[in-house]
Design a protein around this ligand. Sequence first.
Ligand code: HEM
Length: 640
Amino acid sequence: MALQIVAMPNMALSYWRLLVPLAITTPLLILILIPLYCHYSDARATRLRYVIVPNYIYNFVLQKLYSRIVLRPLSRILPKPSFISPRLLGTPAWPLKANHETFRALGTDNFLTVSPGGNIFNTADAGVISQILAQGAGFPKAIQIYKSIAIFGQNVVSSDGPTSKYHRRLTGPAFSEKNNRLVWQVALDQTQTMIQTFRGPGGEFQTAQKIVSSILRMSLEVLGRTTLGQVEWTPEVSDDNPSKVSPRAESTKVGFVENLEFFMANIVSIMVAKSGPWWVQYFAPILLSPEKLGPYDLLRQHMVEIIKAKKHAIQSGVAGTSTTDLIAQLIKGHDDEIIGSPQPSRLGDSELMGNLFAFIIAGHETSANSIHFTLVYLAMHPDVQQKAQGEMETVFQGRPASEWEYESSFPKLYSGLVGAVLKEALRLNSPVLTIPKVVSPTAKPLIIEGKGVRLAPGTIIRLCVPSVHRNPKFWPQGPPADSTKPLSSSFNDLDEFKPERWLKYQAGKGNSPTRNGPEFGTANIQNNSSHFTPIQGSYVPFSDGSRACLGQRFAQVEIMAVLARIFSQYSVELAVDEWAEDEGVLGMTLAEKRMVWHKAHEKAKYTLQNDLTCIITVQLNGTSIPLRFVEKGQERFFDL
Ligand code: HEM
């Protein structure tokens, strides 16, 4: 009896000894090791190279926790990870940090990352990319990754199959040549307005510290006054024309642009809170401050008012339902009363709102960031800037901007050095980091490095844009500017901004032309054949195939107009305020100016290499490269 009394606690103890490890290892096995083993087996079956990484980058919530709890403390104590380390490859933005280096180090342009959450096929191979983009049904858009774009409702960007086809059919006609002409004119005007904001009280130019937010505002105005059908975000100017829609809601007090800025500043929290799993959505309002989530409700309120105002304008006959007016088209797709007959598939309320949001985001951040990087590159390369200015003088012959015709000016600019500048800036800093696709059960095997490879259905594919854009197999290249300090370890100039590479290597020398993206409205614009034509799949800033960017021509026209307006009258320089005062620069010798400019140039180069991030689009990570606009002829650093 006494023995029993002593043995019972011991037995309980040994149960615990068994239970505790079981309780730990069972979920570990079920959630981590078994799926990891299955994914590892799938990866081995492909005979492709693979790297096992600790986490699945497309599990947004776990990814955030992993980067906060594991990566951030680790990166403080461990040395910089190598280009093939699981620590780097477990982060979503690794192609931004590694460019083509990871592929080079692995000795292949195609590899898998294997994790408990799933496998990802990464490619920087033009041949594979073009196979994937050509097989729209076999490799559809990975819409599960776009949940965060659908926080106001399904839309053309976040949907697939018949839904996305319907959304594209409805919204595509808004991107017509008629609209491009308007984009050209509006962008010329808005650029001039933006430039004036960089002047000080005495009219002299000051350093543009927050240039990105000025460009974002300008780009939003261009989008609002063109494709969105005369939405003017700045309300004062719209009173003269009642057909214009100005979203200054009495109820919201904050202007649309300011609200969109708050929204974008808190976008990560908003997206986690609105598109995360149910338990995250449940706890988010408790854990996150109202300042973080408030902009979501305000933006919704604004969009409701924009739609209401447009409906009112249409019903009262002040505005038409022109095919070039995207909001009118969305309303038409939603509302029987306006079109008169029921549509076979109508947009729901949330889809109307979802599309408006998607177009606002897709249509201004991308262009604005491209304009910003293009200006930075031109400021860093005054020689290219001067040549581009010379070309503009030839095109415009001293005529005022009001006489620059879209039909004649745009093709000339786009086919010359100015077009090459944009193409090169998009090659280096494409706003879209990777294009995600998914393997469908009907996908045909891919021919990879000469062999047929069948990827497991459900595998996510990442077309790594910065990597293929720098893949030496597909691009004409020269030696790096400074072979002792090349930007990458590959000893070529593909990390450098050299627009002349588009002009030097003529089309047709062993290169097949790329297919063109948009389905609508680009027929009468000639793609100039004097530019180098990259082989299919090697240059994809706008993607390609059935899900290519709808706003490709819109963006090209807008950016050409912005560059033309700026550089026909002004120059852009790297600001040197950190090292010298304006008065000081005036009294400097050539050698002193060279020294100070070199410092600004080195800092800008460092920032472009190290301080980029991707939050929806590629942008600077909480830092800036200060620029200074100057009247043409007043440049301070062009004679170095
Ligand atoms: C330089 C500027 C731009 C770049 C580099 C760019 C790039 C891209 C890329 C790569 C995609 C495909 C994304 C994916 O499949 O994951 C895309 C899609 C899209 N873009 Fe753009 N874009 C730009 C400007 C614009 C503009 C100005 C608009 C509209 C005004 C626009 C509207 C769209 C839409 C609606 C889609 C979704 C198409 C679909 O899924 O069927 N984009 N863009």
